[in-house]
Design a protein around this ligand. Structure first.
Ligand SMILES: Cc1cc2nc3c(=O)[nH]c(=O)nc-3n(C[C@H](O)[C@H](O)[C@H](O)COP(=O)(O)O)c2cc1C
Length: 195
């Protein structure tokens, strides 16, 4: 399969960076082909311009789609699957990735009129979260994130869709964190191998 990986974390010292590396290693070992958009490294512009807003909100239709957005859309059209790797920031993706959706999920591509975006075979979200799964489920935060990403942003744009959360990665309890991240990194590798 050809996989488009959208990765978003500001630091190479992060756990999320290691997750991305392990996942890509798994993909390589399974002979998958992939391309990566590293949104911070690319300095991806995640802010809608006034013109883009007016086009997306259907005030004006003549505003062209920007080249950097067309490039991301081309990567989607040339792939079979999409994978997002990012840390949870305030029960959402980092603002840069949220802005990527604002701009790349444009009208005429991801939604009306006549959306041209292909239906992908699979959309996988790999998140790292400081909180534990118990806490994220109990507060409804895990479900909120599933609803927004799998429900609203992917909806019918992929046949198979899944969200994996690597939990308990905060530095509050180093001993517990160290155990968890070893397991999470193994899982990240296996997600790549078994994609
Ligand atoms: C600004 C900010 C907001 C965060 N918000 C949440 C949150 O809402 N829920 C959560 O579980 N973790 C939250 N975290 C923790 C991150 O998800 C954590 O950084 C990540 O899980 C893994 O660590 P890494 O940054 O080393 O990759 C937040 C971290 C930052 C910096």
């Amino acid at each position: 399969m050809k996989i488009f990986v959208v990765y978003c974390h500001p630091s190479k010292n992060s756990f999320t960076y290691q997750v991305k590396e392990e996942f890509l290693k798994g993909l390589r070992d399974a002979n998958h082909t992939f391309i990566v958009s590293d949104l911070y490294e690319m300095n991806f512009n995640s802010e809608l311009s006034e013109g883009e807003y007016e086009r997306e909100a259907f005030y004006r239709s003549e505003i062209p789609v920007a080249n950097d957005v067309l490039e991301e859309q081309r990567k989607i059209q040339e792939s079979d699957a999409i994978v997002f790797i990012y840390p949870v920031f305030w029960t959402e993706a980092p603002a840069k990735l949220v802005g990527w959706f604002d701009r790349v999920w444009s009208s005429g591509f991801a939604y009306n009129p006549n959306p041209q975006m292909k239906v992908l075979k699979k959309a996988l979200f790999i998140l790292s979260a400081g909180k534990t799964m118990e806490s994220l489920e109990e507060t409804g935060e895990a479900n909120a994130m599933r609803t927004v990403m799998l429900g609203d942003r992917i909806r019918t744009r992929a046949i198979e869709k899944e969200m994996i959360m690597f939990d308990g990665t905060s530095h509050w309890n180093e001993a517990e964190r160290n155990v968890r991240i070893i397991e999470h990194l193994k899982t990240a590798y296996n997600l790549g191998v078994n994609f």
